[in-house]
Design a protein around this ligand. Structure first.
Ligand code: SF4
Length: 432
């Protein structure tokens, strides 16, 4: 075997594990292939927290099993979240799989490859781009009533701060794609440290990460509203590299539904929190995520949620249909909402937000903003380069296309915004 292909499904937190699997496969002397059919070994790092994720996995594995049956690949390895939710069913469906490796069981992959085992596993970037994710904890202790993640990834386990700082420093030494942006992630970043330090330690960690010179931007995602302290805003005032980008998933605005979801902060507290952020940090941007069609959601609740989203100026919004996941308390709740109604309500929220996001992005036209250039633009017409403005998170918020001469990827430039199309911005460099 000379080459491998790594299929990293699911979220950025899973991508962190995939980068460790990649470093082990490289240590086994394998080169990364661009496509599965060009590889000898294919490793699939799976996601299984929703029925839809399992459906996606089924499609991926059926294609790969076909390649295996046609002997176009030699080995097929499966790992990740399916090992803790769905393994039995997928083992029966896919006898073509050569190895089923436990979630994050790096030692098992090393043993299967005949490698000596290592205590720590470095990460190899597999996606390109000048941003890297730092997962500061795994698992979750919040037990939202609709969520399977605690049953898949276990309770909250924060990673020691010194270990995280060393990991961030190691990522910064990447020669192929020296990262400019560090994206701090977890299931709940606001609860970081509670289990190992007996207190929430996100502010301390951010101060230490901020001191790493290579990173010009630090972005925090997955901030649980119940655990975000408004005093922390002082940090955003004093640490210039900490982006005033607040991704705070609230899931809903109505008190009785938030209670049924096992979430604490109610409508008034949520609105107060968002208003405090906007008044304390003028120019900051908000992103949130909502669930449409949660059991017990009435037409009035859906309208009230639309009203809430109108009142709080989110720049970015994600809305997902509620999915009744086996084994969750919410799946047993009365008042299940039909998929048709859930979809209708979701689409209404997204339509309403589309217009609001467009108007907010329009407000940047004529202004100069910081943009991280990450690549040449796919289409020359879009301008020579593509990147992201500071208020555009990787993979979820649209891109900025930039006209300029000899720009360097991985660098931040001052860009005058000339136009907006959908969630993408267009502009030209005015200064480095
Ligand atoms: S905070 Fe997120 S990961 Fe944790 S239980 Fe709730 S939805 Fe799931």
């Amino acid at each position: 075997m000379n080459s491998f292909y790594l299929e990293s499904l699911g979220c950025a937190k899973n991508l962190v594990d995939s980068e460790r699997y990649a470093s082990i496969l490289h240590r086994a002397g394998l080169e990364a292939a661009e496509y599965p059919e060009e590889a000898d070994l294919v490793l699939v790092n799976t996601c299984s927290f929703l029925v839809d994720s399992l459906r996606e996995l089924d499609l991926v594995l059926s294609d790969l099993a076909q390649l295996k049956r046609e002997e176009r690949i030699e080995q097929l390895v499966v790992t990740g979240c399916v090992m803790n939710r769905g393994q039995k069913e997928f083992r029966e469906l896919y006898p073509e799989v050569d190895a089923w490796i436990g979630l994050k069981d790096f030692a098992a992959l090393e043993a299967w490859l005949g490698l000596a085992q290592q205590a720590n596993h470095e990460r190899v970037g597999i996606q390109g781009g000048y941003h890297r994710y730092l997962r500061i904890s795994d698992g979750c202790a919040n037990n939202c009533s609709y969520c399977t993640i605690p049953s898949i990834r276990g309770p909250l386990r924060s990673i020691d701060m010194d270990v995280l700082v060393r990991e961030a420093e190691a990522l910064a030494r990447d020669e192929d794609y020296p990262p400019c942006e560090l994206v701090v992630i977890a299931q709940d970043t606001a609860n970081y440290g509670l289990d190992i330090y007996g207190r929430k330690a996100l502010p301390e960690l951010l101060e230490r990460l901020h001191a790493i010179p290579q990173y010009k931007w630090i972005r925090v995602l997955y901030i649980h509203p119940d655990h975000f302290d408004l005093e922390w805003l002082e940090l955003w005032k004093t640490l210039p590299k900490l982006l005033p980008y607040f991704e705070i998933p609230i899931q809903h605005s109505e008190d009785h539904l938030l209670t049924a979801m096992n979430r604490q902060k109610g409508r008034l507290e949520l609105e107060k929190m968002f208003n405090a952020i906007l008044s304390e940090i003028p120019g900051s941007v908000l992103r949130t995520t909502l669930i449409s069609g949660f059991p017990g959601e009435t037409k009035e609740d859906a309208l009230a949620l639309q009203d809430f989203v109108k009142r709080v100026p989110f720049l970015h919004l994600g809305v997902f249909n509620y999915s009744a996941e086996e084994g969750t308390p919410a799946a047993e709740m009365i008042g299940q909402v039909s998929a048709k109604t859930s979809t209708r309500r979701r689409d209404r929220l997204l339509e309403q937000q589309e217009e609001r996001t467009a108007r907010r992005l329009e407000s940047y036209v004529g202004k100069t903003v910081d943009v991280l250039i990450e690549d040449l633009a796919d289409d020359e017409e879009d301008g020579g380069y593509q990147g992201r403005a500071w208020f555009q998170a990787p993979e979820i918020d649209g891109l900025t296309y930039v006209q300029g001469q000899d720009l360097e990827a991985g660098k931040i430039y001052r860009v005058q915004i000339d136009d907006v199309i959908g969630v993408d911005l267009f502009g030209r460099v005015v200064a480095e």
